[in-house]
Ligand binder design. Sequence first.
Ligand SMILES: C[S@@+](CC[C@H](N)C(=O)[O-])C[C@H]1O[C@@H](n2cnc3c(N)ncnc32)[C@H](O)[C@@H]1O
Length: 365
Amino acid sequence: MNLELLQRIDRIHPYPAKFTIDLALKYILEYTKEKDVIYDPFMGAGTTLLASSMTNRCAFGTDINYIGVLIAKFKLLKLSSNEILNLTKFINEFEKNYNNKIKEMELFFYPSINHWFCDEAIMVLSLIKNMINTLADEKEKIFCKLVTSSIINVISNQDSDTRYAAIKKPNLTIENIANIFIKKFKTTLKLFIEFNKENRLDLLNQAMLLNSANCKNILEKNSVDLILTSPPYINTYDYYLYHKHRMYWLDYDVKYSMENEIGSRREYSSLKKDSSKFNSDLFKIFSNCNNILKNNAHIIIIIGDGRVCGKTYDAKENIIQALHPLNWTLVDYSYSFLDQTSRSFQQSYRTKGKKEHILIFQKRA
Ligand SMILES: C[S@@+](CC[C@H](N)C(=O)[O-])C[C@H]1O[C@@H](n2cnc3c(N)ncnc32)[C@H](O)[C@@H]1O
């Protein structure tokens, strides 16, 4: 396994608070053997599934965020030489003709688009969107959507991936926006051609868009050997919001992601809900997970503290209490401080003393 290549594939698209591929590999190798079944109910950008596919473990992942599912699927793609050829033709055609085609393009529209994108960005993205819609092959579509999604926030007025405020970005001409897309497409394709040679299990259809409170519908009772997951950190992010424009451009249902997301800032900062709601949401999901777990299976939960209504939410204590009725035994525990370790967190969230916990439970017979 080429670890450096794997890390580059794993970081291909920004995703808030994802864990590293090294961490996923470490726990998968320690707690499972080949052919075991692993499940991640908060799949995000698919790190657990990527590590599973590389180590010959079967894995399933579910998430309610369309962009998370898109990124996960990208990492699980296996492309035929014909599909690689078609993708090469796609980008060559774009590079050769974008200047002419853009003039006859019908522009995509949604309310507030002009606040978030300059005219040049709307023109280039409308052309890309149109070209993707002509593709018949699902895997080619996933590849092209992934590349498009990865440049959308860069060419929009959105300040950063985890700051939803509009700022004016300089130098956005049609030519340099098109070049940002061409460059990203070509480097991603080059990287992917290398990755495509790696030996790995095909898990593409096992990365699914689903509220994990319904995981019983897709997984059999007593079938899972390990859960490796990281739920949202309460009141820290709005995954649906940071990816909102990506979802609009790719025709995904923002409302579904928003309404099914647990732990968001929308719920705990805007709607001012109490943290007990988060604990009951977690319980609902993990009690469904309990059904599909084998006896003696392990459950590894990585979760950070938060702040709700001016008080610290101690994630370790809350998880232990919320999941107490499941009778899981805590068999290992470690933590680190968020302000020292977490590069993905904005300064304002890195409150001194906030911890990121790794809780390892075991389901007893
Ligand atoms: C900390 S992130 C997981 C990151 C992931 N470990 C990775 O490496 O990319 C938490 C995820 O939980 C997802 N989520 C929130 N509510 C959910 C629900 N009801 N069902 C499934 N996923 C949910 C969010 O969309 C987000 O992707």
